[in-house]
Design a protein around this ligand. Structure first.
Ligand SMILES: [Zn+2]
Length: 129
C-alpha cells in the first residue's frame, strides 16, 4: 500500500503540490512514516488516526473503512477499495503536513466528525484517487 501511495504521489503533481503546501515533504514523510494496524471492532466509524506530529505513526483501524469488513464508505468509496484506502492514508498523512485549511478533527462528537468530513472533501479536491 505504501508503494502504491508513493507511486500515486509521484505521478500526481496537483496532489503532491497541495500536500507540500504547508512546507512539508509528503514523499519523504510517506516513505518513512510507520503505518500500524490498530485493532477495533468491525463497523468502526474511524478509519485511521494519527497524533498529527510529523513522522508519528499512522494507525489504520482493523474494523474501519480501510477494510471491506468495516462497511460503509470513505470519501464516496466503498470500504476496503483502493479509493477508500488511499483516502484514509492521505487524510492521516495530511494531518502531519500542516496544510492550510486542513484542520484538527480529533474527537468523537458530531462537530469533530463534520470537521473530518470537510478535511476529506478538501483532500479529494486536490487528490483524485
Ligand atoms: Zn482527520
Amino acid at each position: 500500500m505504501r508503494g502504491q501511495a508513493l507511486d500515486f504521489l509521484d505521478s500526481n503533481k496537483e496532489c503532491s503540490d497541495w500536500l507540500n503546501s504547508g512546507g512539508g515533504n509528503a514523499h519523504q514523510l510517506l516513505s518513512d512514516v510507520p503505518i500500524l494496524l490498530q485493532p477495533t471492532s468491525d463497523g468502526s466509524s474511524v478509519g485511521g488516526s494519527t497524533s498529527g506530529k510529523p513522522g508519528s505513526p499512522i494507525f489504520v483501524a482493523s474494523g474501519g473503512g480501510f477494510y471491506a469488513a468495516g462497511g460503509g464508505s470513505v470519501g464516496g468509496f466503498a470500504a476496503g477499495t483502493y479509493g477508500a484506502r488511499m483516502t484514509i492514508l492521505f487524510h492521516e498523512l495530511s494531518h502531519q503536513l500542516n496544510i492550510p485549511g486542513f484542520v484538527n478533527d480529533g474527537g468523537l462528537d458530531t462537530a469533530a466528525a463534520n470537521r473530518s468530513l470537510a478535511n476529506t472533501q478538501l483532500l479529494l479536491q486536490h487528490c483524485i484517487f
